[in-house]
Design a protein around this ligand. Structure first.
Ligand code: NDP
Ligand code: 8X3
Length: 223
């Protein structure tokens, strides 16, 4: 039987590219996100080996209910990819928007915790379980205006280490990919749909592609 991967943030960017690559490699996929139209597109494109779940990772009850709703064989999850996340704003702390801070900490940090906790019982039953977190170079460094986003990604890095220590001996492998700049919908979300500002982020750079990160995920899963 093929392995099942549960991936958050599958409706866009790194998550969508990873979903497609792992599907092509034979995995069964549980693809998650809030945008049902994007999830439907994935179902139509990929077919029977995919199951989709629409929920907001900030909503603890919704996370638990979504995981509990999984039908066999999708409920036997072998790989969890904690990818859902975004930056909201790039303001210095003195003019920062508190709603943006809440969004980044609730999604990038608490959402990762909720999803991980909900899936641990299934992962414990897997023969070759793996948790892979999508961190960032922003979880290793800090840049002007990056304050809370960078703090959230530093938290992902710390949680990765802590979770790995705690699960040592259970057989669950735990790791993080820390990408640099990747051209996705990330900057459109960060700048709240300001296309000119979002496009400018990638000028003068050759950013990574979502497919580059998907390849790194594939590499990590196979070590
Ligand atoms: P995108 O904006 O393209 O994708 C973000 C994904 O996260 C979407 O699928 C979105 O789905 C999902 N998501 C966001 N908020 C929620 C929520 N509240 N509940 C459920 N799902 C949510 O960005 P990327 O692909 O670039 O980002 C993916 C990950 O990669 C993030 O963790 C980001 O921090 C990290 N990263 C990105 C880099 C970059 O330069 N782009 C570099 C390093 C790391 P939906 O809106 O449908 O809910
Ligand atoms: C996303 C990369 O540099 O925009 O984590 O923070 S960056």
């Amino acid at each position: 039987m093929s392995k099942t991967v549960f991936i958050t943030g599958a409706t866009s960017g790194i998550g969508r590219a990873t979903t497609k690559l792992l599907f092509d490699q034979g995995y069964q996929i549980v693809a998650c996100g809030r945008r049902e139209d994007r999830l439907r597109e994935l179902r139509e494109e990929l077919g029977e080996r995919i199951h989709t779940l629409e929920f907001d990772v900030r909503n603890r009850e919704a996370v638990i209910a979504a995981v509990a709703s999984l039908p066999a064989p999708f409920n036997q999850v072998d790989v969890l990819i904690n990818n859902a996340g975004n930056a909201h704003g790039l303001d210095p702390i003195q003019s920062g928007n508190v709603d943006d801070w809440d969004a980044m900490l609730d999604i990038n940090v608490k959402g990762l915790l909720y999803v991980t906790k909900a899936l641990l019982p299934a992962l414990m039953k897997s023969e070759n379980p793996h948790i892979l977190n999508i961190g960032s170079t922003a979880g290793k460094e800090v840049y002007p205006g990056g304050n809370v986003y960078c703090a959230s990604k530093h938290a992902v890095d710390a949680l990765n280490t802590g979770i790995r220590m705690d699960l040592n001996g259970t057989g669950i492998r735990v790791g993080t990919i820390h990408p640099g700049l990747v051209e996705t919908e990330f900057s459109m979300v960060r700048f709240k749909g300001d296309t000119a500002r979002a496009t400018k982020v990638y000028q003068g750079y050759t950013p990574l592609t979502p497919e580059d990160v998907a390849e790194s995920v594939w590499f990590a899963l196979n070590q």
